[in-house]
Ligand binder design. Structure first.
Ligand SMILES: [Mg+2]
Length: 256
């Protein structure tokens, strides 16, 4: 099997619970600012999360709930305007540390860096959102350890298309088997697998019930050595079931 050379993170749901605590809250803040009578609850947003793209989520919601905004607004520049403001709010939330890292993220980034493993992010999110989230949660030193961030509209075909993961392979001369991806959703898992990469899934609040059959490993989070609550959901029998976190040696073991 391949040698582990790169660790690649998805952003939303992996680095932080950004959908529930960030994007949803940012939409609601825009609605309030603009006097729009809408507020997306945690459960209601579960349906909207399945729609790719923030503008698309608003269009779907306002089409299903006519009368909240006008038809002209629905079809015109207004949605774009709302989305632009929503992105600003999200970036501001990230920069202010309102979206803390999920368990184990900071630790494994340090471990990977110390072992000379390349670090990347591959996300559909806006690049500035990803950068601000990394900087505020990890600090500038850790942020500087990332070799590259592939974000937003950098590829035409979004996940589950593997294109964004292909960019890492092409640009850094890596083989799929040398890469380990951390994803939280089925579409992300399929994108990573489409490039022959290894994938550990850490399901997030909204993706818990998805099908992760193709994953090499499924865990409740990356865990911490001194924290309880870590759970291995699917193991390929190479890891000791009693471990309480995923380390770089654990990932190497999965590749053996
Ligand atoms: Mg995700």
């Amino acid at each position: 099997m391949g040698k582990l050379k790169a660790l690649i993170f998805d952003c939303d749901g992996v680095l932080a619970e950004t959908e529930r605590d960030g994007h949803r809250v940012s939409f609601n803040t825009v609605f309030e600012e603009k006097g729009i009578q809408a507020n997306w609850g945690v459960e209601e947003y579960a349906k909207l999360v399945t729609i790719a793209g923030g503008k698309e989520r608003m269009i779907s919601y306002f089409t299903e709930h006519p009368g909240i905004i006008t038809t002209e607004q629905l079809n015109g520049e207004y949605i774009k305007e709302l989305h632009k403001r929503k992105t600003e709010i999200f970036i501001d939330m990230s920069a202010k540390g309102k979206l803390p890292s999920r368990v184990g993220i900071k630790r494994i980034i340090k471990e990977a860096h110390d072992e000379g493993i390349l670090l990347f992010v591959c996300s559909t999110s806006h690049k500035e959102s990803v950068s601000e989230l990394l900087k505020s949660n990890l600090g500038d030193e850790y942020f500087g350890w990332f070799t590259d961030l592939f974000c937003g509209d950098i590829v035409k075909n979004k996940k589950p298309a593997p294109d964004i993961y292909n960019l890492v392979k092409e640009n850094y001369n890596l083989k799929g088997e040398e890469c380990f991806v951390v994803e939280d959703s089925r579409i992300g898992l399929l994108a990573a697998k489409g490039e022959g990469m290894n994938c550990v899934v850490t399901p997030s609040f909204y993706s818990f019930d998805e099908d992760f059959t193709e994953a090499d490993l499924i865990v409740s989070s990356l865990g911490e050595p001194d924290l309880s609550g870590f759970r291995i959901i699917k193991n390929n029998n190479k890891l000791n079931p009693d471990i309480n976190c995923i380390t770089i040696p654990s990932l190497r073991k999965v590749l053996e």
